[in-house]
Design a protein around this ligand. Structure first.
Ligand code: HEM
Length: 575
C-alpha cells in the first residue's frame, strides 16, 4: 500500500522505501508464521500419535508423580514405573508436559531393537551439558555428528589406553595414602564414595593427561567442580540445569567457566610435561628397552603392593603414558576432555564404590574373591593383566553388583527426523523420548528369577562346557575375553564367568551404535583395582557405617547413600 511517486530527478522516492520495508515485514511474517505452523503441526502430530500409544492420557498428570518419585529417590521411581507397566503393559507413554512425550519400554526384545536401530538421543537443552562441556559434548549430539569421533575414541580407549589401564590402576592403588587415612594400628580408613571417585578420576586423568595428573593441585579442583556440576545437572533420561531466571543459574554458569579454565590449565600442563619428559629419554635411549617391546604385561609384572616396584625403566613408563595420552595426542579437544572425564570418572566411581561396598557387606563373598586371587596370582605379587583375566568369580561379583546398582536408571533414545516403529502397530512420533528403564530391567524376575533382588554372583557363573556353547550369543564387552585357559586340572571343575546374554536385559553399558566406548577400559580398571585391593587388604565396614544399601541418584549416577565407611586391614600374608 501507500501512495507517492518518483521525484523529478528520477531518484527512488520514500514510496519505494516504504514498499521495500513492507515487503520485508511480510517476508518476516510469512517465515515466522510458517515456523509456528510447523511447530503447531508437530505438536498436533505428537498429541494425535501419542494418544494411540498405551498409557495414561495427557490430562492424567502422571508427570507430577514421576517428578515426585524422582525426587524421592530411585526406589520410588522403580516402584512407580513398575506399577505403571503392570497397569498399561510393556510399552507405556507418559506425558512429561504438554510438549514432551516419554515412552518407556519394559520388554527386552523391543529395548534391544530400539537401542540397535535408534541412533540419536534427545539433544541436550542448549544451556545444559553444552554450557558445562561445550558444543562438542559427545553424549547428546545426534549420531551423524559424533559417528567419526566415536570411531577415534573407540580406537584409543580400546587400543593403547586399554593396554595401559591395568598398570596405571596398580600405580594409583600404591598411593593409598592419598585416598585414605592411616590409623595407629596400620589400617586405612576411607569412605567408599569419595575413595572411588578419587581413584577413578586419578586413573582416567593419568590416561588422558599423563603421569603428572595426580600431583597437580588444579586437578583436584577440576574433579571437585566436575562432581559439583554433576550434582546440579539433574540427569535421568533428560538433563536439566537451573533455569536462567533463577539466581542459581549464575552460580552454575560461573562454575562452568571455571571448569573451562581449569581444563585449559590441565591440557597446558600435560603438554609441558610431555616436553620435559621427552628429554631424558633421548639421552638414555640406548640403555632402555624399546617401548614397542614393553607389553603391558611385562610392565606390570612384578609390582608389589608395598610400593617397591621393579619396573624396568621408570622414565620409560612415564614417557610411554604421556606419548599416547589422549590430550597430548590432540585426540580429545579441550572442550571434550572435561565431558569425558565427567562421564568416565563419575560412572567408574559409581560401579567401583558399589562393588567395594558389596564386598564389605558380604565377607563370605569377599573371602571367595580373595581365595581366587591367591590361587591365580599368589599373595605377594600384584596381579598381572593376564592374571586379572582369570578372575572369573571377581568378574561375576562385579557384574552382579552392577546389575543391582547400574549407573544409569534409564537409557534414552529418540528419532529426531522421522517417526519410529517400535513394534508392529506401535509408532512413536519423531522427537518423543524413548526410554529403557535399566534399573527395572536389571531386577526383572522374568529374566533374573524370583531372587532378582539378592546379591548372588553365582548367577553369572556357568560350567565351562555351557560357556563354550553360549559364548556367541553374548554381548561383546571384555567378558568374553576372560582367559579360558586353565593353570591346572582342578580348574576344569571350576565354573567360569559367562557374560549376560542380550536377552537378559543387562544394559550396564548400553548397546548398539551409541553404546559405551569405555566399557572395556572401565571393566579392566575396576577389576585390576579391586583385585589389587582385596589381595592386599581385607575390606571391612567401619563401626557405625550404614547397614542399608539404599540407592540414590548422586552426581548423576546411582550410588548407595549414605556411602559405606570402609576399613582396609592389611592381610597378614603381606610383608
Ligand atoms: C563403569 C563405568 C562406565 C559405565 C557404567 C558407563 C556407561 C555408559 C552408558 C550407559 C552409556 C550410554 C550407552 C547407551 O546409550 O547405549 C555410555 C556412553 C558412553 N561412554 Fe561410558 N560408561 C563407563 C565408563 C566410561 C569410560 C571410562 C569412558 C571413556 C573413557 C566412557 C565413554 C563413553 C562414551 C564416549 C559414551 C557415549 C557414546 C555416544 O554417545 O555415542 N564410558 N557409557
Amino acid at each position: 500500500g501507500g501512495g507517492g511517486g518518483e521525484d523529478p530527478a528520477g531518484k527512488p522516492s520514500c514510496l519505494t522505501w516504504s514498499y521495500k520495508f513492507n515487503t520485508l515485514i511480510w517476508a518476516i511474517l510469512i517465515v515466522v508464521t510458517s515456523v509456528l505452523l510447523k511447530k503447531v503441526g508437530q505438536l498436533l502430530r505428537l498429541w494425535v500419535m501419542g494418544s494411540c500409544l498405551p498409557g495414561p492420557g495427557l490430562q492424567a498428570l502422571v508427570a507430577r508423580s514421576v517428578i515426585r518419585a524422582k525426587a524421592d529417590g530411585p526406589l520410588k521411581l522403580l516402584e512407580l514405573f513398575s506399577s505403571l507397566h503392570k497397569q498399561h503393559g510393556s510399552v507405556l507413554k507418559i506425558w512429561m508436559g504438554p510438549t514432551q512425550l516419554l515412552v518407556s519400554i519394559f520388554d527386552v526384545r523391543i529395548v534391544n531393537e530400539l537401542l540397535e536401530k535408534a541412533h540419536d538421543r534427545v539433544p541436550a537443552p542448549r544451556m545444559a551439558l553444552q554450557l558445562a562441556f561445550g558444543k562438542g559434548s559427545l553424549f547428546f549430539a545426534p549420531f551423524s555428528k559424533v559417528e567419526g569421533r566415536r570411531t577415534i575414541y573407540d580406537r584409543e580407549f580400546n587400543g593403547k589406553n586399554l593396554g595401559q589401564v591395568h598398570a596405571i590402576a596398580l600405580k594409583v592403588i600404591q598411593k593409598l595414602g592419598l585416598w585414605a587415612t592411616l590409623d595407629q594400628d596400620g589400617n586405612w580408613h576411607t569412605d567408599s564414595k569419595s575413595f572411588s571417585q578419587s581413584i577413578a578420576f586419578a586413573v582416567l586423568g593419568i590416561s588422558i593427561f599423563g603421569e603428572g595428573y595426580v600431583e597437580w593441585a588444579a586437578a583436584r579442583e577440576f574433579e571437585k567442580l566436575l562432581i559439583s556440576i554433576a550434582d546440579e545437572i539433574s540427569g535421568w533420561v533428560r538433563y536439566t540445569v537451573p533455569p536462567v531466571w533463577r539466581p542459581s543459574f549464575i552460580h552454575f554458569w560461573r562454575k562452568c567457566n571455571r571448569l573451562k579454565h581449569l581444563t585449559w590449565n590441565l591440557v597446558a600442563e600435560a603438554h609441558k610435561n610431555l616436553q620435559t619428559a621427552v628429554c631424558p629419554i633421548d639421552n638414555t635411549k640406548d640403555n632402555m628397552v624399546r617401548s614397542d617391546d614393553a607389553t603391558p604385561e611385562t610392565q606390570s609384572e612384578g609390582v608389589t603392593l608395598n610400593g617397591k616396584d621393579n619396573y624396568k625403566v621408570e622414565v620409560f613408563e612415564i614417557v610411554e603414558t604421556l606419548k599416547s595420552n589422549l590430550v597430548t595426542g590432540k585426540i580429545l579437544g579441550d572442550g571434550r576432555v572435561s565431558g569425558m572425564m565427567y562421564h568416565g570418572g563419575c560412572t567408574t566411581a559409581g560401579i567401583l564404590s558399589g562393588i567395594l561396598t558389596r564386598l564389605a557387606h558380604h565377607p563370605d563373598i569377599q573371602a571367595k574373591v580373595y581365595a581366587e586371587i591367591k590361587e591365580v596370582c599368589g599373595s605377594n605379587l600384584a596381579p598381572s593383566q593376564s592374571d586379572v583375566k582369570q578372575l572369573h568369580y571377581l568378574m561375576a561379583s562385579l557384574h552382579e553388583s552392577a546389575r543391582l546398582l547400574p549407573t544409569a536408571p534409564f537409557l534414552q533414545r529418540c528419532s529426531l527426523q522421522s517417526d519410529f516403529q517400535l513394534a508392529p502397530g506401535l509408532i512413536v512420533p519423531a522427537g518423543a523420548i524413548m526410554a529403557a528403564p535399566v534399573h527395572l530391567l536389571h531386577l526383572n524376575p522374568v529374566c533374573w528369577g524370583n531372587d532378582s533382588a539378592d546379591f548372588n554372583p553365582e548367577r553369572f557363573l556357568k560350567p565351562k562346557s555351557e560357556f563354550c556353547l553360549n559364548v556367541k550369543a553374548n554381548s561383546s564387552h571384555i567378558h568374553n575375553e576372560l582367559d579360558q585357559t586353565q593353570k591346572d586340572t582342578n580348574m576344569s571343575e571350576k565354573r567360569v564367568f559367562q557374560a549376560p546374554p542380550l536377552d537378559s536385559g543387562f544394559l550396564l553399558f548400553g548397546t548398539g551404535a551409541r553404546s559405551c566406548i569405555g566399557a572395556n577400559f572401565a571393566l579392566t580398571e575396576i577389576l585390576s583395582l579391586v583385585a589389587a585391593l582385596v589381595q592386599g587388604y581385607e575390606l571391612k565396614l567401619a563401626p557405625g557405617s550404614p547397614k542399608d544399601l539404599t540407592p540414590k541418584l548422586e552426581n548423576c549416577v546411582l550410588q548407595y547413600s549414605p556411602s559405606a565407611r570402609l576399613i582396609l586391614i592389611p592381610r597378614r600374608t603381606q610383608i
